[in-house]
Design a protein around this ligand. Structure first.
Ligand code: NAP
Length: 441
């Protein structure tokens, strides 16, 4: 065991406990694949007495993760505690400063401090690996960082949050409202008691920021991402999307444009024929479009202890074999400052749902505002709301009726301007709904 790679694992929760199980169950096979044994020699968590379903009799327990990070008993510090700051950041910095390789699954930490930590690791000559931090069990970091080294990436996009995809899938399949699906996701453990981080798009943004840095060689810039969550999606939108040949997914998208890199997270209409449209439930998927390879789509579990531990072990196996790759696939000091493409310049098709008062001239006025902003309409769907049982046969003139529009390619600025004018004209009863359409081959 002299040449064993010694791991210090901080965090024995969902992922940490699975990693220990994996390391024990596959010890022999791992030793063959890595050319040396991989052993957990030390661990840290808060509660020493908790039964974690794994044998801890032969490992050293550290009360303090920072002490574990700098211990002479380990070669690699595996951070599986979570959190952008606090003990996770302190222990990762301490490990790097002490010359230890680091493996982490912590997207929040990297989205906030990734560039600094990558530079620090480079200065110290150690690796900082994070396969599990984006899309859980899907090996997208290795794919972008290594397998696509010979390509220039044009666009990377994906379903990066299982909670949102679960909710949208249930809404579509069962015609349920967002709130009901969220409650069900919470009951089943797919959503946190406070779902903000997931359903408002921030978790997707963290992961997207990591993919962007590798795909485009830029410094991490999670704060510069345009973020919109899925709370505003209604069953009317889901039904209209279906009728028009689309499905609605929360996508994270990073695209190279003439003016910089566009990074955005928002509900997106994707053509039903695209592979990403067929990804249901808690499953994640990431697509990469690159000049030589064309398009790749990887799909699989984006979370869960075992799937995430599988990704953590892929980073550990690289270290055991002596494979060293820059954190973001190139020397950290060569990462370019992130140049943001203005969201106003985003070009594409749009779905717009208006609640229009049923009165003469309303529709003509809407069409005029669209034309003034050079927006051409590809399709218009107008629905008569079914009258209530005790209502007269035709809706009263003032009762708003849903109208769905699909535009040809236009810009975000033009759409926003047209919708502001339409609102001001007073022919609609509520704020317009607007969902971007992503053209996917
Ligand atoms: N769960 C997933 O599916 C998943 C997927 C992808 C990435 N990740 C990432 O993986 C990381 C771990 O997630 P998780 O779901 O395994 O979290 P978790 O179940 O909440 O486990 C966190 C662990 O960290 C320990 N911990 C927290 N604060 C500590 C401190 N001050 N000192 C020592 N130990 C401390 C906890 O100790 P106690 O057990 O004693 O409380 C617990 O064992 C996070 O960065 C997360 O974003 C998770």
């Amino acid at each position: 065991m002299n040449n064993a790679l010694r791991l210090g694992v901080a965090g024995l929760g969902t992922v940490g406990a699975s990693l220990l199980r994996l390391t024990q169950r596959h010890a022999d096979e791992l030793a063959l694949r890595c050319g040396r044994p991989v052993v957990v020699t030390a661990v840290s968590a808060r509660d020493r007495n908790r039964d974690r379903g794994v044998d801890l009799s032969s490992v050293t327990w550290f009360k303090d993760p920072v002490a574990l990070a700098t211990s002479g008993e380990i070669d690699v510090f595996v951070e599986l505690m979570g959190g952008a700051d606090g003990v996770a950041a302190d222990s990762v910095r301490a490990a790097i400063n002490a010359g230890k390789h680091v493996v982490t699954a912590n997207k929040a930490l990297l989205a906030k401090h990734g560039t600094e930590l990558a530079r620090r690791a480079e200065e110290k000559g150690v690796s900082l690996n994070f396969e599990a931090a984006a899309a859980g069990g899907i090996p997208i970091i290795k794919t972008l960082r290594e397998a696509l080294a010979g390509n220039t990436v044009g666009r990377v996009y994906g379903i990066l949050n299982g909670t949102c995809n679960y909710i949208l899938t249930r809404m579509e399949r069962e015609g349920l409202a967002f709130d009901a699906c969220l409650a069900e996701a919470q009951r089943l453990g797919y959503a946190e008691a406070d779902p903000t981080f997931d359903v408002d798009g921030f978790d997707t943004a963290h992961k997207l920021s990591l993919l962007t840095a590798i795909a485009f060689g830029t410094e991490i810039s999670a704060d510069a991402i345009y973020v919109e969550g899925i709370r505003s999606i209604s069953t009317a939108d889901i039904e209209a999307a279906d009728e028009l040949g689309y499905r609605i997914k929360l996508l994270g998208v990073a695209t190279r444009t003439d003016t910089g890199i566009e990074q955005r997270v928002h509900p997106t209409m994707v053509p039903k024929s695209s592979p990403i449209a067929r990804v249901d439930g808690v499953t994640n998927a990431v697509a990469v479009e690159a000049d030589f390879v064309g398009r790749l789509v990887l799909a699989g579990p984006g979370a869960g202890g075992d799937a995430t531990a599988s990704a953590v072990m892929s980073d550990i196996a690289d270290l055991a074999r002596g494979d060293v790759v820059g954190t973001f696939g190139r020397p950290a000091h060569t990462l370019k400052p992130y140049q943001r493409a203005a969201m106003r310049a985003h070009a594409g098709g749009y779905y717009i749902r208006l609640s229009v008062f049923d009165r003469p001239g309303a529709f003509a006025s809407i069409a005029k505002r669209m034309a003034e902003n050079d927006i051409s309409l590809e399709s218009i769907v107008q629905r008569r709301r079914a009258p209530k049982a005790d209502a007269p046969e035709h809706p009263r003139p003032q009762e708003p009726q849903p109208v769905m529009l699909i535009t040809y390619d236009t810009t975000e600025a033009q759409v926003k301007e047209a919708l502001d004018r339409i609102m001001a004209d007073g022919h609609i009863a509520e704020r317009p709904q607007m969902i971007r359409i992503e053209q996917l081959a």
